[in-house]
Design a binder for this molecule. Structure first.
Ligand code: KIV
Ligand code: ZN
Length: 537
């Protein structure tokens, strides 16, 4: 572990993951605190050096979420746990309150330094910004020995002014200096030159770790981050799948695999266990409801598929003809067709352990029952199927409503109908039936009859997890809460029946929404199962 404030000589890049802070700022990426803990644990398994767990001053819930991660994931052999704070005493106190129980806590404080931001947003002069930096970095350093400072909109700031502010931050006790391209504006050459200037000209610059933080508005976040690392930065701020504000942040998997695949070019490496990349990517996508584009580098479903005949022919002759890294390196091992109907509990347990899942005996029993059900419908069960099964069974929002069963009638007669049975928060069974424009619409209308949580479906996607007619169908939805701030929530479901997967995904999104808004307007109508009927005119 590096000491804060000591510039290491090594060529190891610290991976600072901000999926749970900048990533969660993506429109629609709301996560419950239980989901944040799951993701933080997976990030630790992946081997990130720092987890930016949230912005504790944003709300008591955010503070509590960061505190839980600090306590449960910030163990002696775990990552640094970091909380973000503006340069105010209140924000810094809240960040410290949240991270102090971690074995290695960090406070990350920031203030804008570009003329545009200082004049229009902060309404502060350069002198005031410098004074605030000195005072608040000093205050953070009086609480925590590991302090990161960021000049927000750094890449549109006057470089000479940056040298002054950053010098003051170092004097006041900052141990990591991060240079954000807040609006995704800079080009790789410019970023390289800026980082070189700051590293060489800032007084005390040889005593701190320099960090890069890029946004992808012009599609240059990865290129800019690599340029900053080539210039001497030794920390990269990234998110899983590149999620984040607007067009997103630099994606972790792209940086890690670029460094790993081209060691002679970059001569830099990370501590990341790359075989955990695919699993982490799926978890973040499933929890946030933010689907990864199929052609996304490293983690897109097409990233390792070869369609053209010439490519397939070349690959069969030698893998390296068209593959610069193997799917196995990033944990994509779906060709391991090892489990089937006749596999026993022991083989099942061993396979899950190999994949890094730690389940209790009860959870294992539950998962094994699901596995047997699936194996009855599907001849071979791949790792991807197992991962979907475990995610479906154990990961996801707390279940306020749980699906008991679904029956759908559809075809060309034009009267798609769905009947659904849910178990509500009070344990009571409720049944509803509805007609819709199609079977999914009918299913969702029936669910709406029971739950009555006003929302608009803004995204619905269905994909097959593996190839073949018996593949598991994976559905991802996003709903917008019309009652409360128009926030959006994602849900995910997997099943061999896509209507069942669709219902699970929608219920998961509603459960996630209810975790944020609470559920008060449900009034059970007596002891017996309630039956609702709705017909679409
Ligand atoms: O993009 C940005 O400027 C940030 C800072 C808070 C580091 O996320
Ligand atoms: Zn950012």
């Amino acid at each position: 572990m590096d000491e804060p404030g000591v510039m290491p000589n090594s060529n190891r890049i610290r991976i600072f993951d901000t999926t749970l802070r900048d990533g969660e700022q993506s429109p629609g990426a709301s996560l419950t605190s239980a989901e944040k803990i799951d993701i933080a644990r997976q990030l630790a398994r992946l081997g990130v050096d720092v987890i930016e767990a949230g912005f504790p001053a944003a709300s008591p819930d955010d503070l509590e979420g960061v505190r839980r991660i600090a306590r449960e994931v910030g163990t002696p052999d775990g990552p640094i746990i970091c909380g973000l704070a503006r340069t105010t005493k209140n924000d810094i106190d809240k960040a410290w309150e949240a991270v102090q129980d971690a074995d290695k806590p960090r406070i990350h404080t920031f203030i804008a330094t570009s003329d545009i931001h200082m004049e229009h947003k902060l309404r502060m002069t350069r002198e005031q910004v410098v004074a605030k930096t000195r005072e608040m970095v000093g205050y953070a350093a009086s609480l925590c020995e590991d302090v990161e400072f960021s000049p927000e909109d750094g890449c549109r700031s006057d470089p000479d002014f940056l040298v002054e502010v950053l010098g003051v931050a170092i004097e006041a006790g900052a141990t990591t200096l991060n240079i954000p391209d807040t609006v995704g504006y800079i080009s790789p050459g410019e970023y390289y030159d800026l980082m070189r200037k700051l590293i060489t000209e800032t007084p005390g610059g040889d005593r701190v770790i320099w960090s890069v933080h890029c946004h992808d508005d012009l599609g240059l976040a990865t290129a800019n981050t690599l340029a900053g690392l080539m210039a001497g930065a030794r920390q990269a701020e990234v998110t899983i799948n590149g999620i984040g504000e607007r067009a997103g942040n630099t994606s972790l998997e792209e940086i890690v695999m670029a460094l790993r695949t081209r060691p002679t070019v970059y001569q830099l490496d990370t501590n990341i266990d790359t075989t955990q990349i695919t699993r982490t990517s799926h978890m973040v996508s499933n929890y946030t409801g933010m689907v990864v584009q199929p052609n996304k580098a490293i983690v897109g479903t097409n990233a390792f598929s070869h369609e053209a005949g010439i490519h397939q022919d070349g690959l069969l002759k030698h893998q390296s003809t068209y593959e610069i890294m193997t799917p196995e390196t990033v944990g994509l091992t779906q060709s391991n067709l090892v489990l089937g109907k006749h596999s026993g509990r022991h083989a099942f347990r061993v396979r899950l352990e190999d994949m890094g899942f730690e389940l209790s005996d009860d959870e294992l029993k539950q998962a094994f029952a699901r596995f047997k059900e699936l194996a009855d419908k599907k001849k071979t069960i791949t790792n991807a199927d197992l991962e979907a099964l475990i995610a479906d069974e154990f990961y996801g929002p707390e279940e306020v409503f749980k699906m008991e069963c679904l029956q759908v009638a559809c075809g060309q007669a034009g009267m798609p109908t769905a009947t659904i049975k849910l178990i509500g928060p009070d344990g009571q069974e409720q049944i509803a039936a509805a007609l819709g424009t199609g079977p999914v619409d009918a299913t969702y209308q029936a669910i709406d009859q029971i739950i009555a949580a006003p929302n608009t479906l803004v995204e619905y996607r269905v994909a097959a997890i593996t190839e073949g007619i018996d593949a598991l169908g994976e559905v991802t939805v996003r709903i917008r809460n019309e009652a409360n701030g128009k926030r959006t929530f994602g849900g995910h479901g997997a099943d061999t029946d896509i209507f069942v997967a669709s219902a699970k995904a929608y219920i998961a999104a509603i459960n996630r929404m209810l975790a944020f808004t609470g559920y008060a307007d449900h009034e059970p109508e007596g002891e017996a199962a309630t039956i609702h009927m709705v017909a679409q005119a």
